[in-house]
Design a protein around this ligand. Sequence first.
Ligand SMILES: [Zn+2]
Length: 533
Amino acid sequence: MQALREEYRALGHMQLVLSWYAGTQGVASLDRSVHVGHDRLFQRTALDAVTQAQGRATGNDALALTFLKRALASEGVGQATVKFDDAEADAETAATVKLPWLDQPTAFRDADDLIALESDPARRKLVAEAVNAVRASTLNPILEQKEAAAQKAAREAGFADYVALAEEERQVKLEPLLASGIDYLKATESTFRATLDRVAREELGVPREQMRRADWRRLWKSQRLSPYFERSLELKALQAFLSGMGLDLATAAGTEVKVDDSLRPLKRPRAFVTPVDPPGDVRLSVKPAGGLDDYWTLFHEAGHAVHYANATASPFELRFMGYGAPAEAFGELFRYAFADPRWLLRYREFLRSNGRPVPDDAALAAILRRTALFEMYSLRRDGFAKIAYELRLHGRELPEIARSLLPAPDKTTNDLRELYRQLFSIAFTFPLDDDDAQLFRTDVDDLFYAADYARAFVLAGGLQESLRRRFGDDWYGDPAAGAFLRSQLFSQGTALSADQVAERAGFHGLDFAAAAARAQRLVAEADALEKAK
Ligand SMILES: [Zn+2]
């Protein structure tokens, strides 16, 4: 058993190092090569051996074996689909789109950024259509084959279906989670509509109803606020945020989180963290571009970095192979700072002391309102639309509770693309057209990652409230808050479930009604801040 664990750990270590270089240098993924010769890890005999060892283990060792078993089962399915992932990645890298106003073709992967920076709605529509044509002709057929292979592999691994495997992997019951997501959808409907309408007019120059799916990128870029989110200050702002709480990028092993902030052309544009071997080897990649959305992502990733850099639980499975929802919640907790007037006041002082333009109260309110809107958008999308859609995609019937919300349910019975269109139109509160719905295969994450995100958004809101109660409104300046996060939560790695994290932070479980109430309060706080003189 020990040999099997060490082999899996070594394999994972190599995969993570290679994925770091794939993300930061643009080198080709070598996942398939790395797996060669390790087939025995993913066969039933290995799973049976872990099950036997579980029977003899106690305490942390038993938990470690549980995590190991889940990882092996889901990676077994991953083995069956890795060739489609590679094919899709290669097709994406090779694809270009031709736009009438540009001499040279644009790389498929750069097209989203083009949309974010394009002020003309007609041109944004043309970019979106060109990108969707690539999806329809090239990517979707590969992903359709991947879906069939994944469903088959899940059954061969002994699960009733792919959904049952995902529920075991993420320790979640998807139908009750979807029911909570629908409650949240309904509870935030009017606040979300009004807030989105206002922000769409400010950032896009159109009312909510005239938005298109591809406009989200530009909306979150928040051009109006760009003077306050310079790219040269991103890492410095992060440092100011962390140091207020007595946190930093030092690891519990005495090393530093490795930060790559170069602007290499082939580097992945969005910030990401690779927990290569926590706590001693944690890496953060950022390609600063400026803008509110870039700051959000960096702060979220910093939550991952600080979490893993302080993960000291043992054995190693506990540090990074356990529960996913709390790990994402720690990322969101840091992003949510931009929805808190107290952090925004600190941020204003930070800009002032760096000799930069200083946002007035109305600008701070705009930042708060966009972050609150993003919180609602994320939960409506992941907690409702994605879970409902992916249940059907992976072969289940659409639960009646979701079906009853559809404007034309009969049209969706045998049409995944139409189902995607209707569900996401409900979540976003503007109509997607057939072209927008070409995302129905690419806008899917393996094994219901949306279930971890949805729970993470709710948990992060609970953590925000609990830190405020415990350390006061301005907990951003209290080293005791950082010490609490580090010693009570981060040190446990991924060994704590979402409910256990909530318990340690002094509240009970995941409360979607509280998350909806929080969103309404945040929007009200933005309005109050705007009116303040
Ligand atoms: Zn994350």
